[in-house]
Design a protein around this ligand. Sequence first.
Ligand SMILES: [Zn+2]
Length: 434
Amino acid sequence: MLVKKIVTIFKDFPKKHAAAIVFGLLMLLSISVLGNFDFSDQKKDADLIKKIEIDILKQETLFEPILTAKETTIKRNDSLFTILSKFGVKKDNIINLINSKNSNLLSSIEVGDKIRVNLDENNEIKDLLYIDDFQSGVRADRFENAYNINKFKHSLEKVRIFKHVVIEDSMYVSGLKEGIPESVLMDVVYINGWDIDFTHDIRSGDSFSLIYEEILVDGEKVLDGDVLITEFNNKGNKITSIRFDLTNAKSEYFSSEGINVKKAFLRSPVKLSYISSKYNLRRKHPVLHTIRSHNGVDYAASKGSPVRATGDGTISFAQYNGGCGNEIKIKHSEDYTTRYCHLDKYNSRSKVGRKIKQGQTIGYVGSTGLATGPHLHYEFHVNGKHSDPLKVKFPNATPIKSSEKIKFNQVAFNLASQLSNYKDISLREEVPSG
Ligand SMILES: [Zn+2]
């Protein structure tokens, strides 16, 4: 009886698996026979069969059929039929899929979405995933000659990543070396860009630490999430910025004391990504021009790079002006004026009297006037006097409301403690042992 049962089980089993199982069974039987002469006992008999069946089930998961995975991004004029045909799936199989219940979920495929299939050794679809975005889509699983078709939605998981970077050559290169994704680095530049001019302020030996989120689906990273905290050590100053979700559903960055990192002025009128010395930010670029008294800062960038207004204001001057070349002046308040020189071209909206928003493009880098190469000369005037744009103290944007202060302090405390714990551990690990 036992033997008959085993034979039935083997019938549905591929040969190579059978060999392994026969060996296992012989072992099992020999142990049972030698160790226990009550073998004919009906109950034990049944128990043994049960055990063998469980063993076989366990084995089965080890011997999954060989599948071929195929994937494509849907292009214009693609249809499910053409895509699957290209994958080598036969017409009959495609028709089985299309005739299955709920196949209407697959009827409107969209350009840019993905289709991923697992084909068995006969090139028949075992399962198919239609991926709408990284999180949701439609799934089809073969069941006998038809398919079970259903929508799916994965839940997202967020993990926190800690990094500590000592700047050797440039903030950018050193960050990439530590494995920080470019988009996260750009966020760090944005968050700290109100306090630090990354073109002129970074010194070798400066360092920064941060915690950012990674978004996972099924344990796989799909996106870089938000930067939660950064701590920048710049020329001996420690600048901490903490992300906080405000009650109006917006998130902003604040210092440990709850002061908004945003300021009335951007530190730099040219985005870091346009700076010629992007890959070597520490090095000071040579002075490229000679305006008689040099009262500003120069940003070397290729011709045509956008120049942005560093603060809200009104354009008070926009025309060619001697050594400054094509010039723009913005009046921000009674006290503050900024000046931009050597522009190649003006933005079409840059007309005298026009209101300008912070970050808005006002013109493009050039070398008009007295300049030997394309760069922006930028000046900052306080009460009509030249001020060093790298040192001037900017007015701050709105701080944390007093009603949100308790919650903020809690968030800030938790993130700062987490950052310092991570830092302790990572720095301890760097100390060579022995
Ligand atoms: Zn200059």
